[in-house]
Design a protein around this ligand. Structure first.
Ligand code: PA5
Length: 455
């Protein structure tokens, strides 16, 4: 079995971190509960629920996507994802983690020599007019494909983007414009689905039972990944491997159960803020993706029993070492209301050595690598937090490959589902987000919508 990740939680324990840490006895109760919930999750899965858990096994879908991606890559220079929330953040996380850092900044269209023979990828999860217009100006429409992603097919930001792009394409390309739009949406319902069928766009489906923030391993995330050259088979293989690990029935062996317990217990002990701090620029957007997954899934007014509980940990994204020079001061000396999760990488792709320095003040750096410096900083921060009595734990990734990232994302999704059960809430709905959507429709004068109608 190939290692996907290791989780070291010693700094969560009272023996190591002092009174804000957990005793082994305290960990036992949520541990037992989480294992019971794991059984529940397995049963629900075998009854057809939680289809996100089965996404790693969609061989035919992956084949279709790879074929489509190959065809697109033969004529396209730019691939633009139009979507928001769960229809965008997974794409951004995959590209940032797995493509060369400047992959989408360089391209023929800017007169710069490309080093990757794959299209530039743009994920536009905003309707900021300057950003949107700015992007459109850089594109050669004849060589651009727009992937409109929306589960509901109705999200206002995505619909607005789509309408603008559709008109532009039609004006510039005439009837050929349909070849430049691909929709990824519900297999049966929604206005986008109907329009795609009517106009003849290429259509991909988000399986019925898969919600936005659990959809990164569905066609939502897979198409732009495949187009950019990410090995989506490896991504799914990592997730499948993690699926096996997340079925293990002991707390220590199952990273999703362990993570859910640590987070839940921390919350119960007053640590209402959870910080995810990757020491890797490539994993920064995984932190952003995680924040949405955690916040939208766990922040709930009602328990599953209908009781008002207003529960939910607040996720915060940080990145090392950058935030050592910003947020860390608060984590070290501010209120004892946080638990910090480090994401560490054993082996970076590049080896950058710091040269020997004749200046004695800098001698200590000589011969080290940037990766070594990064890990020394992470260890230094971890130690300082532990000494200051701040609970923290570390998830180690052996390296950042499609296999490992697929596994990591899968693990976080299972952890979230289990945390939902521990908190006694439904981690798969988002009534708060829906309320905002309804109000926006009402303010824009959409028929049948009233401000505050969801209250
Ligand atoms: O996770 C979710 O359900 C949300 O964040 C949605 O992804 C987001 O609101 C966009 O919705 P849709 O995909 O329907 O356009």
């Amino acid at each position: 079995m190939k290692e996907i990740l290791r989780l070291d939680f010693r700094n969560m324990l009272r023996d190591t971190v002092g009174r804000h840490g957990a005793t082994p006895a305290e960990l036992q109760k949520p541990g037992r509960q989480a294992l019971r919930y794991l059984q529940e999750l397995k049963e629900e899965r075998s009854n057809g629920q939680h289809q996100f858990l089965d996404l790693p096994y969609q061989k035919e879908v992956a084949e279709k996507i790879k074929k489509l991606a190959d065809e697109l890559r033969s004529w396209m220079t730019d691939f633009v994802v139009l979507g928001i929330g769960g229809s965008a953040l997974g794409n951004i996380a995959l590209h940032q983690a797995l493509n060369p850092p400047y992959h989408s900044q360089e391209g023929k269209s800017r007169g710069v020599l490309r080093y990757a023979p794959t299209p530039r990828i743009h994920v536009i999860d905003t309707i900021d007019p300057d950003l949107f217009a700015g992007l459109l100006e850089t594109l050669d429409l004849k060589q651009t494909v727009f992937n409109v992603i929306s589960k509901s097919g109705a999200t206002v930001e995505t619909v607005a983007q789509f309408l603008i792009v559709k008109e532009m394409l039609k004006k510039s390309l005439g009837n050929a414009y349909t070849k430049h739009i691909i929709t990824t949406t519900d297999p049966e319902d929604g206005a986008l689905r109907r329009l795609a069928a009517k106009e003849g766009y290429e259509k991909l489906c988000i399986p019925k039972g898969v919600g936005g923030r659990y959809s990164v391993l569905s066609p939502v995330g897979l198409l732009s990944a495949a187009v950019s050259g990410i090995d989506i088979n490896a991504l799914l293989a990592g997730a499948a491997e993690m699926d096996l690990q997340c079925q293990k029935e002991t707390v220590e062996e199952n990273p999703a159960v362990l993570g859910a317990c640590l987070q839940y217990l921390s919350y119960k002990k007053g640590k209402h803020i959870t910080v995810l701090m990757p020491y890797s620029a490539a994993l920064k957007a995984v932190g952003e993706w995680f924040c949405q997954l955690w916040a939208e899934s766990l922040g709930k007014k009602f328990s599953v029993k209908g009781k008002i509980i207003h529960c939910g940990p607040t996720p915060v994204k940080a990145v090392g070492p950058t935030d050592q020079h910003s947020q860390l001061q608060l984590y070290m000396e501010g209120p004892f209301d946080k638990v910090i999760t480090f994401l560490a990488v054993d082996k970076f792709k590049s080896r950058v050595k710091i040269p020997l320095s004749p200046e004695t003040d800098f001698e200590y750096l000589s011969g080290h690598t940037l990766a070594g410096l990064m890990e020394a900083e992470r260890r230094g921060t971890e130690l300082a937090l532990t000494q200051a009595g701040r609970p923290n734990y570390t998830i180690y990734l052996p390296e950042i490959t499609a296999f490992h990232v697929g596994g990591l994302l899968y693990m976080f999704q299972v952890q979230t589902a289990l945390a939902g059960k521990l908190f006694g809430i439904n981690p798969f709905d988002q009534p708060g987000v829906e309320a905002g959507k309804v109000n926006t429709f009402a303010l824009l004068g959409r028929k049948g919508y009233k401000v505050g109608a969801t209250e």
